[in-house]
Design a protein around this ligand. Structure first.
Ligand SMILES: Cc1cc2nc3c(=O)[nH]c(=O)nc-3n(C[C@H](O)[C@H](O)[C@H](O)COP(=O)(O)OP(=O)(O)OC[C@H]3O[C@@H](n4cnc5c(N)ncnc54)[C@H](O)[C@@H]3O)c2cc1C
Ligand SMILES: NC(=O)c1ccc[n+]([C@@H]2O[C@H](COP(=O)([O-])OP(=O)(O)OC[C@H]3O[C@@H](n4cnc5c(N)ncnc54)[C@H](O)[C@@H]3O)[C@@H](O)[C@H]2O)c1
Length: 500
């Protein structure tokens, strides 16, 4: 049986591991799907390529307060879709060609589903019908995750294809490739994917109904953000919270009938398309891990330590298959850790998971880093809070922004930030100085006054929020700091959700 120095399962972030330092190793790369993984093919990149035109359509159609009125843009969906995937599909093909071609003579690509058959022994069910069996000195598992589809009555198990009862549903894997812009869509789920696609379709003029079982959308975010975001979303489209799907059936005239049970009783919504966005499941359960001794936790994630080591020597895991943070920038960071540790087993480095930021590219954008207020209350940790509205800085006036805000949470003793939560224009970019301050140990006061803030840029909303935080020395003397322009500072547990 052939032996490889290294076997890599999955070509998402793990595909960045084979580099010049491993040119003397025989490496097997196993990929069952599209080369480049989720982010490139069905995740971050295509979704954001849909979000950007959606942002423009939304801005144009809601520019009345800026004294701009005009026709609603017409969306050429097939053109938009083909432009996006024309670029992505060629990158996918180029990535596959790069690894299989002459430029990587030490790499063998196996197109098929890999799984363990023994201790560091694997088999691949090849797409061409054969199998490949080999052993490995080292294995990197970067097998990612897949869309979770709940067993709603009437729902089949193959997205994008009619079930026996004629029902067609989509996941994020298939919805971006549909033939036409739907007149109506039901989106099930209250998380990231639902928020981003609801924004895309609502901006393009599709009638959106979003179904969430919790009381608010984006329920894992800081409560002020999820309450405020839910209110904004309700102004844009039909949001049904505390609502569950009881059954789905094909509508007689085409489309789907989605039966619901919510606070006002039962209801049925008919829509051209149905998108299920109810979370993702790590793919470790499809690797026969018990054959090699790699453990998974109760949520199905492969258990790794801070060096990305599984419990089995020389088997590593990274990204969605093992991470508590299923985000591309985290998968990439974990891949860098594994790459270093494979090359320098005597000098291991750990992945820095201290301050993992995330953004939801919906409307308005949302970005966060660190603890939520709810987590701090639960942990009994002391904190101070400050908020500042975009509408109270000049860049917010320019936009007539009425909903955006920054919420900062800080440690009253050290003056360092514990968490930051932003909803508003360019939140994913605006938050970066806060991530930097937290990562490098700067205090809120140092960040606020140790640098210039360009006027009149969006980042002034951070400057004002930072200044609204009580300084560590003032802690205990202050119960509510007034700050010009609408910021508020409050001691622990006194922060009220801001109203929109
Ligand atoms: C719609 C959507 C939007 C997203 N947007 C963002 C975003 O804006 N920002 C962000 O940070 N994150 C985003 N994410 C999350 C991000 O895409 C993932 O966290 C990231 O891609 C995970 O990378 P990975 O390398 O762990 O796994 P993947 O990229 O999923 O790679 C795993 C690969 O392994 C292959 N594979 C699995 N099992 C096997 C097997 N047994 N044998 C062979 N091959 C196998 C799969 O085919 C896949 O190609 C988004 C996700 C989705 C679904
Ligand atoms: N911008 C980004 O960074 C970005 C964008 C998209 C996805 N992602 C990543 O992908 C992951 C998956 O996204 P997602 O939106 O599918 O998951 P999510 O965890 O963000 O949200 C899942 C939603 O589905 C609901 N849900 C779960 N099971 C359900 C059921 N049986 N019935 C009804 N509702 C149910 C949950 O209550 C939640 O509202 C995210 O956690 C995130 O890490 C990131």
């Amino acid at each position: 049986m052939r032996n490889f120095d290294l076997v890599i399962i999955g070509t998402g972030s793990a595909n960045s591991i084979p580099g010049p330092e491993f040119d003397h190793w025989n490496i097997a790369v196993v990929e069952s799907g599209l080369f480049g993984g989720t982010c490139l093919n069905v995740g971050c990149i295509p979704t954001k390529m849909f979000v950007y035109p959606a942002d423009i359509a939304e801005a144009v159609t809601t520019a009345g307060p800026l004294n701009l009125t005009g026709p609603t843009p017409t969306v050429d969906w097939p053109g938009l879709r083909d432009r996006i995937f024309g670029r992505i599909d060629s990158i996918e093909a180029g990535g596959r060609e790069y690894r299989t071609g002459d430029r990587n003579p030490n790499v063998t690509v196996f197109a098929g589903h890999g799984r363990f058959t023994g201790d560091k022994q694997l088999t691949v069910d090849l797409h061409d019908g054969g199998t490949a069996e080999f052993t490995a000195d080292r294995v990197v598992i970067g097998a990612g995750s897949r869309a979770t589809v709940p067993p709603f009555p009437g729902l089949g198990d193959r997205p994008g294809e009619p079930g026996e009862n004629g029902v067609v549903f989509h996941t994020s894997d298939t919805i971006m490739r549909i033939d036409d812009l739907p007149a109506s869509i039901v989106i099930v789920g209250g998380g990231y994917i639902a928020a981003e696609f609801a924004h895309v379709f609502a901006s393009f003029g599709t009638r959106v109904t979003q179904i969430a079982r919790g009381p608010h959308l984006l329920g894992h975010h800081d409560a002020d953000i999820s309450v405020a975001y839910t209110a904004v979303a309700r102004h844009r489209y039909d949001v049904r919270t505390r609502t569950t799907v009881t059954a789905v059936e094909a509508a007689p005239g085409g489309g789907q009938l989605v039966h619901l049970d919510g606070p006002d009783g039962t209801d049925t919504v008919q829509a051209d398309q149905l998108l299920i966005a109810t979370g993702r499941t790590p793919n470790g359960d499809r690797l026969d891990l018990d054959r090699t001794g790699v453990a998974m936790d109760k949520a199905g994630r492969i258990v790794v330590d801070e060096y990305q080591r599984t419990g089995v020597t020389d088997i590593w895991a990274l990204g969605d298959v093992s991470s508590h943070y299923p985000l591309k920038h985290v998968a990439n960071a974990e891949a860098r850790t594994v790459r270093h540790n494979l090359a320098h087993p005597e000098k291991l480095v750990a992945t820095d998971h201290r301050f993992v930021p995330a953004a939801v590219f919906t409307h308005p954008q949302i970005a966060s880093v660190g603890c939520t207020q709810g987590e701090l209350v639960e942990n009994g940790q002391d904190f101070v809070v400050a908020q500042h509205r975009y509408g109270h800085i000049a860049a917010g006036w320019a936009r007539e922004d009425e909903t955006g805000f920054v919420k900062l949470i800080a440690d009253p003793q050290s003056g360092k930030l514990l968490g930051a939560h932003i909803m508003g224009p360019e939140a994913a970019t605006v938050i970066q100085p806060l991530i930097q301050a937290m990562s490098f140990g700067q205090t809120a006061a140092e960040l606020a006054r140790g640098q210039y803030w360009i006027h009149p840029a969006l980042t002034e909303v951070l400057e004002n929020a930072l200044l609204a935080l009580p300084a560590p020395l003032e802690y205990g003397e202050l119960d509510a700091a007034e700050h010009d322009g609408g910021g508020v500072a409050q001691l622990s547990n006194q922060a009220e959700p801001i109203e929109v």
